[in-house]
Design a protein around this ligand. Structure first.
Ligand code: UDP
Length: 314
């Protein structure tokens, strides 16, 4: 069955890849984005796609997209420097904006998937993180604008499922990278790739011993697509359990780019989680999903994108 689908944050990194996937499955997509961090370049290739429509709008304002069969709520600033710059906007899109999209799903009897985050676990005391872990979040620290917005959104989504009967899904997304990851939004992979290709020093925050587990975007989108069709309403981790220190990650970037850049050690941001790794047992058993692309392979697949961004800004 082909569907008419609303994707919020459609001009973002994940929203645009998800839109491509849904269009390739034959669905029609209405994409909305207020472009506060999204980029029209990410959907420029869809200009002549008749099954895709784009509207620039802020989901914190109510709107009626017309009948839709499914809503994917991907809208939010997501990189630490961007959600610190857009603090109030981040809190609002997780609360008011998310509720507006839940009401749309309720009104039209549409399925609903919300993009949540591993940041719900904060600086985790349990390792790796399973969905049953409640997290260790500073509710008033600088990162709280993102963490608490996402945690509130999870609560809101569960309430619309429990009390309003909406067929909701929650994906907890771990660090993801690939083409269209914004080159200047301050995330580690985009920073290191751009720095390596320019021959600039690679900025490692703290001593680089903190860990992250990086998932290639196509793997992540496949997990989201599977979850959206499942019967599971509680959160599901989607991420790659291969864990790297930031130092090892910088090493991989140097190898893949062939760069001779040096490392530069900068201050560690406040409340930067010391480790992060998904337990994906639930996704494996429930969805038959696991990631296929290793960090090295994914960095190679991302090389052309970052090279083109370096050329564009040279
Ligand atoms: N990081 C770094 N250098 C950079 C950017 C980030 O060492 O240029 C570190 C950051 O301190 C964190 C990790 O890389 O420990 C991942 O940061 P990112 O901003 O990509 O996302 P996060 O997982 O913190 O949300």
């Amino acid at each position: 069955m082909t569907m008419r689908i609303l994707v919020t944050g459609a001009a973002g990194f994940l929203g645009s890849h998800l839109t491509d996937r849904l269009l390739s499955e034959g669905h029609s997509v209405l994409g909305v984005d207020n472009l506060c961090t999204g980029d029209l370049d990410n959907i420029a290739h869809l200009a002549n796609e008749r099954r895709f429509t784009f509207e620039q709008r802020d989901i914190c304002e109510t709107f009626d997209p017309g009948p839709v069969d499914y809503v994917f709520n991907m809208a939010s600033p997501a990189s630490p420097p961007e959600y610190l710059r857009l603090a109030i906007e981040t809190l609002r899109v997780g609360s008011v904006g998310t509720e507006n999209t839940l009401k749309i799903a309720q009104q039209y009897g549409a399925g609903y998937l919300h993009a949540s985050t591993s940041e719900c676990y904060g600086d985790p005391l349990e390792h790796p993180q399973a969905e049953t872990y409640w997290g260790n979040v500073n509710p008033v620290g600088p990162r709280s604008v993102y963490d608490e917005a996402k945690r509130y959104a999870e609560s809101l989504v569960m309430a619309y499922h429990r009390y309003r009967g909406v067929n909701t899904h929650l994906v907890r997304i771990f660090n993801t990278y690939g083409p269209r990851l914004h080159p200047d939004d301050g995330r580690v992979i985009s920073n290191l790739m751009m720095q390596a290709l320019r021959g600039d020093p690679l900025t490692v925050y703290g001593d680089g011993s903190q860990t992250r587990s990086f998932c290639f975007v196509n793997d992540l989108i496949d997990g989201i697509a599977r979850l959206s069709r499942s019967e599971e309403h509680l959160p599901v981790n989607i991420g790659n359990p291969d864990e790297f220190t930031i130092l090892k990650c910088a090493q991989a970037v140097l190898e893949v780019t062939g760069s001779k850049s040096e490392l530069r050690f900068d201050a560690l941001p406040e409340d930067d989680p010391t480790r992060r790794r998904p337990d994906i047992t639930k996704a494996r058993t429930l969805l038959g999903w696991e990631p296929k692309v290793t960090l090295r392979e994914g960095l190679v697949k991302s090389l052309d994108f970052f090279k083109s961004k370096v050329r564009a800004t040279a």
